[in-house]
Design a protein around this ligand. Sequence first.
Ligand code: PLP
Length: 386
Amino acid sequence: MGKIIYLDHNATTPTAQKVLEEMLPYFNTHYHNPSSLYKPSRDCRKAIEESRTIVASLIGAEPREIIFTAGGTEADNFAIKGIAFANKSRKNHIITSKIEHHAVLITCMWLESQGFEVTYLGVDKYGVVDLNELKDSITDQTVLITIMHANNELGTIQPIKEIAEIAHSHNIYFHTDAVQTVGKISTKVNELDVDLLSLSGHKFYGPKGVGALYIRKGTLLDPLIHGGHHERDRRAGTENVPGIVGLGKACEIAKQEIGTNNKVKNLRDRLWNGIKNKIPEVVLNGHPEKKLDGTLSICVKCVEGESMLMDLDAHGICASSGSACAAGTAEPSHVLTATGMPADLSHSSLRISLGKHNTKEEIDYVIQVFPQIVERLRTLSPFWKK
Ligand SMILES: *Cc1c(COP(=O)(O)O)cnc(C)c1O
């Protein structure tokens, strides 16, 4: 099999052909600076504003509540630092969780070095945030709660509405990193009741390096990037017109397709059933129901995650152990550790994340070769009892 089987969609997705086609004219024909006053520039400005309307519509927001960024990481940084610094003289405490993406976690750690206080909430064995611990952590200094919508490693979906209710009953801002859910499940900002929401194009068939932060109207935050008057003075820099146009197209496609079929979920369940029936001593991670359709996180006892990845790669299968950002490090995943998993087990973790182009044939091929890979690696393991 010379073909590549791509099963790492939580790391990134292929840019849709329609998205690419929509973007291309904005690299050459419509290269003009959207801030200039002549007609070609006004056309670029118009394209940006149309895209803003489409992005807003996917999440049930108003166009003026959308600020374009250079991806999910920037949106997270902007939300958290923006709220923290805008309210610095008033309040200095932030609450987040131990299983956030590094874009949130490392940002919060940096804020600690700048004099802010941060509480990192624990999670249960499924990766769900403890709401009682959340309530107990709130002080009169708490200005922001930031909890991700779905976790990129486990796929576990958090009780966002409940968290929002707790936050708002204490007059605390609530931000959610929805990078793994926008385009996959409903992320209407009024239903979730969030004040700030991060999204990223490349996680749902849009281009890399472009995303957006939803900022509920009336919410004050300090800018992250200073300079010109772009994005209503909230994010300086000449707009990434092709990227923004591509993000809009990806949102348009997602809006049409969301909830229309169970293909990804069925393939994921087929894969899990195949693995579970053929391989002994495999553990399923994450919440059994409240999780993303395409995510399968497992631990294969007595086999190193990295070894499985290399053998899968040799068969043309792309997967991940832990998060892509943590790959190549010997540290166990901070997410799996937070669920209470012992280090030896989390070293045997594998994350397979499916997308809309995967086929039954691809999944059946994985079900065929993966048990052989595990069997071989286990015969080499001193810990595996034969
Ligand atoms: C991928 C990801 C990010 C980072 O988004 P980029 O656009 O790659 O910067 C942030 N949060 C989560 C949950 C992610 O999966």
